[in-house]
Design a protein around this ligand. Sequence first.
Ligand SMILES: Nc1ncnc2c1ncn2[C@@H]1O[C@H](COP(=O)(O)OP(=O)(O)OP(=O)(O)O)[C@@H](O)[C@H]1O
Length: 457
Amino acid sequence: MASSISSLSSQVKPSDQTKTWALEAEQEFRLEVDFNAAVILRLVSGTAEVFGAELGAGTSYHFSGQKAAVFTWHGCTLEIQGQCNVEYVAGETPMASYLNLHTVLEQQRANVPLLPTDSSTGSSSATSFGPNVMLIGPTDAGKTSLAKILLNYAYRHGHRPLFVNLDPAEGSIVMPGTVSAAPIEHIIDPEDELDSISLDKTGQVSTPLCYHYGFPAITENPKLYGLLTAKLAQSVQARLAQNHMARRAGCIIDTGGVIDPAHYDLLRDCITDLKVNIVVVLGHERLYSDMQKMYAQSGTVTVVKLAKSGGVVNRDKDFMRRCQLRTIRKYFYGSSPQAEYSPFSTIAYYQDLKIYRVEDSIAPTSALPIGLDRKVSETRIVPMEPNLGLIHSILSVSSLDATEDESQLLESNVAGFVYVSALDEKKAKKKMTLLAPFPGRLPRKYLLYSMFNWMEM
Ligand SMILES: Nc1ncnc2c1ncn2[C@@H]1O[C@H](COP(=O)(O)OP(=O)(O)OP(=O)(O)O)[C@@H](O)[C@H]1O
């Protein structure tokens, strides 16, 4: 097993200082903890929540490499042990407006009958669905945090909404470089990120509905991104069509900071394909105004503006990279340092694998010599010879069967991911060592290359 990917979790020492914080009603304690530091947080009295997930009295919550807020509706006392980078109490928060939004969503759910219109098939009329909410705004506007709050509040009211992640940078459900969707089957734990929703009760990963994009930014390949989000939306709609209660609970859709009007068509297509009925704009006046104009005549889409929380923190490249590495690590090792899983190692021969990558996009047509047209398609895949450069890469294992046409690769969902830990090209039969969260041979031979690799920092 590669030693470079062992656990790096930081610990709180018994000698670390403990501080007590008393919060009044509707105040929030904001904390930032470095990746190489850790704090333990305890609720001593009163009630409090972290992004909508209630804290248990006396329970120890561990935070490391996180920026978070502990909000109280009625007042509480907290105890913090360890070193925070930033810690303060804020009295001004947008939580009341976030709760109002949740109340509106609850009303929409209540308007959908508990039983499907046609109980023989389980189907119901096309208008019979709950709130499909898309959160848009610039990066670091608090979209993902609001998504967590809405999902946790819905769960606490007995609903199991679908979370749709259209932000490939974060890979918040399972892996960076993907777009994905998963139902909320448990509360998003106060100390966890959204990737915990793809973990079962024992902390082991299961792969949700997920499509391979391979890049961190939407702008890297908007055409491919549009193709994949359309495919994801189609699969989401197919699942919802079969499940009345899921349709009633609705979807919460997180997006990656699309604010450039040049990419509004991507937003518009996602809104149409995912049957979005509420667009929430966070922290961007122009985007709000443009969306309002776009949907002024729409009888189905409502655009609302909500304030960005003063607690939302800008995350630099280094912090984002570490967050991505943590998500990748969780996929292979499970969620908690206390009950850690080990990935399984498997040998695969080059001759048995087919690795593809999306064809490099080339210079825009305007930059080409006169008479030469743009020949490369951004949504075409090309075979890739395994080479030493693949080491430490994360490859998506396509669900496409070997008998199926490989042109379908990008449009097929991902069955899982493997990490390339070693390559051996000395022998006649060249081989690579792959790590996977499950034992046994690779279920499929088609692998897709992404720009993400995994080396602990
Ligand atoms: N009220 C708050 N107090 C402290 N930290 C917060 C608060 N709200 C959000 N954060 C933190 O700020 C960071 C950015 O927030 P978030 O991920 O929700 O933004 P985003 O709009 O989804 O960003 P991106 O589009 O880049 O994914 C996160 O680390 C989040 O935990």
